[in-house]
Design a binder for this molecule. Structure first.
Ligand SMILES: Cc1ncc(COP(=O)(O)O)c(C=O)c1O
Length: 390
């Protein structure tokens, strides 16, 4: 029987041996073989193309991590998936595996800070040049391509300022010039956007966010097509990192309900946005919610759903009062990350960090993650706290 991905997420990775609905947590360094011949045969056949099944040492996986790889491979419709200990590990694996001294990398100017810092601070030490392009202007991207461009790295949408780019255009430009393309797809998840079938070479997700969904695990996934598989595998082998079986188990447990949770995040977000739109202190809501806007059109064109992360632009001459608004929220925790069950808020000081996005001194950006609480409670919380803004 043909089953949809939402059904497959529920029924994958059963433990046939123990008749359990979930896979065992296999904590292993040494994997035992019956003979040297069997060990050697295993080494030759790490990958079976339909399902990833082979591992011969704990650093390369255990039954639990291999189950997760197979779930993500299915979800991403990818050639292969590499698991990393954090989402940022997947970003750095992608960048470091593909770029070499003398190369240039085009990075969308709306990437989140660690990706920006790796590009701006580490790359120069390796004689790799990162060039930031305006995510609102495809011509800026075209202008900045040279015969040294190795990779175009896109975060879509930018997870602080929420620009949605024309992804097909980027792929078209890159393919013509034989440039690799990578997409940080953490916001939309491969449930709502599948970068690999669309034409990207690499698709990144922080599994810490919506995949695990419970703010208690960290991990990353780097899905790849055949074009880059060998390069990523080569570099990954020398990095020596791995995802632990315990984290993999928590991510498998979370991902079973990805579809249900994302729908609830989205419904709550729309209700909160409806309220935010009525608030005079809020100048702009950064989320694809305005049907006529470019961001909305691009979101509709590529995504089959929306999630719970957005930003609000607040107009105030008094920065301290905006901070007071954040501090006085009762249900929105103050902290990094997002994608868990709970609501979060954070003041983002981006005045100096990006060229394409200029805020004046009386504009302030607060990022909100809309969790799975009762949306009326979230709205009341925001209403009470917005009073602090002067
Ligand atoms: C867009 C985006 N990509 C990647 C990451 C990295 O994920 P992790 O925190 O799991 O390292 C984050 C984390 O905030 C993120 O927001």
């Amino acid at each position: 029987m043909k089953k949809s991905i939402n059904t497959r997420l529920k029924h994958s990775s059963k433990d046939q041996l123990n008749r359990s609905a979930n896979p065992p947590v296999v904590r292993a360094s040494t994997i035992l073989f019956d003979s040297m011949q069997e060990l050697a045969a295993h080494e030759k056949k790490i990958i079976n193309r339909k399902r990833i099944t082979h591992y011969n040492y704990g650093r390369y996986g255990s039954q639990t991590t291999i189950e997760l790889e197979n779930i993500i491979k299915d979800l991403e419709e990818a050639y292969h998936v590499f698991l990393t200990p954090t989402g940022f590990g997947a970003v750095s694996l992608c960048l470091m595996a593909l770029c070499r001294p003398g190369d240039e990398v085009l990075v969308s100017d709306n990437v989140y800070n660690p990706t920006r810092e790796l590009s701006s601070n580490l790359f120069p030490e390796l004689n790799i040049k990162a060039i930031f392009y305006d995510p609102n202007d495809i011509n800026d991207l075209k202008k900045k391509i040279s015969n040294k461009t190795k990779l175009i790295f896109v975060e879509n949408p930018g997870s602080i300022t929420f620009e949605f780019q024309d992804l097909n255009e980027i792929i078209k430009i890159a393919k013509k010039r034989k440039i690799y393309t990578a997409l940080d797809n953490t916001w939309g998840t491969p449930l709502y956007l599948k970068p690999i079938p669309l034409g990207f070479d690499l698709s990144i997700s922080s599994a810490t966010k919506y995949f695990s969904g419970h703010s208690d695990a960290m991990g990353g996934t780097l899905a790849v097509n055949k074009n880059v598989y060998k390069k990523i595998k080569f570099y990954n082998r020398f990095l020596g990192t791995r995802l632990s079986a315990d984290e993999a188990y928590l991510i498998i447990r979370g991902i079973r309900t990805l579809d249900t949770r994302l729908k609830a995040h989205y419904e709550n977000t729309l209700k909160v946005i409806k309220f935010l739109k009525t608030q005079k202190k809020i100048k702009e809501i950064l989320y694809p919610h305005k049907p006529g806007s470019k961001n909305f059109k691009m979101w509709k064109k590529y995504y089959s759903g929306g999630t719970g992360l957005l930003s609000i632009l607040i107009k105030s001459k008094n920065k301290a009062s905006v901070i007071k608004f954040v501090n006085n929220l009762e249900l929105f925790g103050i902290g990094y990350s997002w994608g868990g069950f709970e609501s979060l808020a954070i003041y983002q000081d981006i005045k100096k960090s990006r060229d394409f996005y200029k805020l004046s001194n009386d504009e302030h950006l607060v990022r909100l993650h809309i969790g799975l609480e009762d949306p009326n409670d979230l709205i009341n919380d925001l209403k009470n706290s917005l009073k602090f803004i002067k």
